[in-house]
Design a binder for this molecule. Structure first.
Ligand code: MG
Length: 393
């Protein structure tokens, strides 16, 4: 096949709120081949900034856009996808947004090649079978402990046996308020479900503040404490681990290239590495991190706060490794979570687990009606000459 077109879509809810909620907008890429086949991908990054990386005029030999790198290229195999991912990375070496932006087309190429070869992506990555994952509902803390308790009860009623609460007021009021938020989440969920806590990078470089919380949160029996520190605070993560906190530490969603994830695992000493396929540069790089985590004895977990297209891209990467058993599962009510895939995205099965799709490519399809409904039409002109206009879905 040859890459004939790369269609770029910016979708957004009518109103964007200042909450740590990545399901309010998105950047989607559809790659179309000359044989009529297509693949879809999604990035977790600013849609307009990412779009620019596909169309911006050349600045010099290391700032050449992704369209220029990929249009007309041959793509028939996983090796072609890896080659093209590397080519786009080299063309866009000095685009600071490159790893985020290229993630969308990398995912779309894996989807396309899977459909072409009639194989699910996990098989293209070398796995023979998949293992169902335990989905944890991923939600924000309520503004108060009481509100948090109510949200937790709702998740329990929906049948989730694991849930993660994060951001919101965590770390912004007092130690006692932080402890009360976590205790309320545990109360609302009841005794059995697993509970994860996402601290939303709130203590920066302060491993002492993080340790103090870890000791208190342990009473609520949490599975992990996530991002108590800044994504780059690798030394502070190491100091925190050296204090031997009574809970396990998770981080990694901010990693936007392979070595940053490796650094957190090797030097930060984290227990769980959480990789966002739409930030770190797509399935190609996420697969490398997943294998490295396996080698190092770190537990790989997806980070996903987008649609079920993104969720599908995530699950194919670690579905083949049984011990990596968690799946972050966006559970908010944005129509850009479930509505972007047709008919429903990745369901939770009767055992409360999520199966990796066994259909060619990613195994989900994009709902074009949703894209139409939430599409923001973009038009970019330079000196009156049209550079880009949003395509029709
Ligand atoms: Mg997080």
């Amino acid at each position: 096949m040859k890459i004939e077109a790369i269609d770029l879509f910016y979708v957004a809810l009518p109103e964007i709120k200042r909450a740590a909620d990545g399901t309010q907008d998105s950047f989607l890429v559809r790659v179309r081949a000359d044989n009529g086949m297509y693949g879809w991908g999604e990035a977790d990054a600013s849609p307009l900034a990412s779009l620019a990386v596909y169309v911006a005029p050349m600045s010099h030999s290391n700032i050449i856009n992704i369209n220029e790198a990929l249009l007309g290229e041959k793509v028939d195999s996983p090796d072609d996808v890896r080659r093209l991912r590397a080519k786009a990375g080299a063309y866009g070496l000095d685009f600071e947004q490159i790893d985020h932006a290229v993630a969308a087309v990398d995912i779309a190429l894996w989807d396309l090649v899977g459909k072409y070869l009639n194989e699910p992506v996990y098989r293209l990555l070398g796995y023979k079978k998949t293992y169902p994952k335990l989905p944890y509902a991923s939600v924000l803390f309520g503004d108060t402990p009481a509100e948090t308790r109510k949200i937790a009860r709702g998740l329990k009623d929906r049948g989730f046996s694991a849930a993660k609460f994060g951001w919101g007021p965590m770390g912004k009021v007092s130690l006692e308020n932080d402890v009360a938020l976590v205790a309320a989440a545990r109360e609302g969920l009841g005794q059995h479900p697993e509970l994860m806590i996402d601290c939303g990078v709130v203590w920066g470089q302060d491993d002492g503040a993080a340790y103090e919380r870890a000791v208190r949160f342990a009473d609520s029996r949490i599975t992990w404490m996530e991002e108590p520190l800044h994504p780059d605070a690798v030394d502070a993560y190491r100091r925190l681990k050296d204090r031997k906190p009574p809970v396990r530490i998770a981080a990694g969603e901010g990693c936007d290239f392979y070595r940053s994830a490796d650094d957190l695992m090797m030097n930060g000493g984290i227990d769980f590495v959480q990789i966002d396929v739409g930030r770190i540069g797509g399935i190609t790089v996420t697969d490398q991190v997943c294998r490295r985590a396996d080698q190092l004895g770190v537990t790989f977990v997806n980070h996903t706060f987008k649609s079920h297209l993104q969720l599908a891209a995530s699950i194919h990467v670690h579905a083949g490794i049984e011990k990596f058993r968690y799946l972050e599962y966006p559970a908010g009510d944005s129509p850009l979570i479930l509505g972007l895939t047709s008919p429903t995205g990745l369901p939770v099965n009767r055992k409360g687990l999520v199966d990796c799709p066994d259909k060619p490519g990613l195994g989900v399809d994009v709902n074009l009606d949703t894209v139409r409904r939430y599409q923001r039409k973009v038009r970019i002109e330079i000196d009156g000459k049209l550079l880009f206009a949003s395509p029709d879905p």
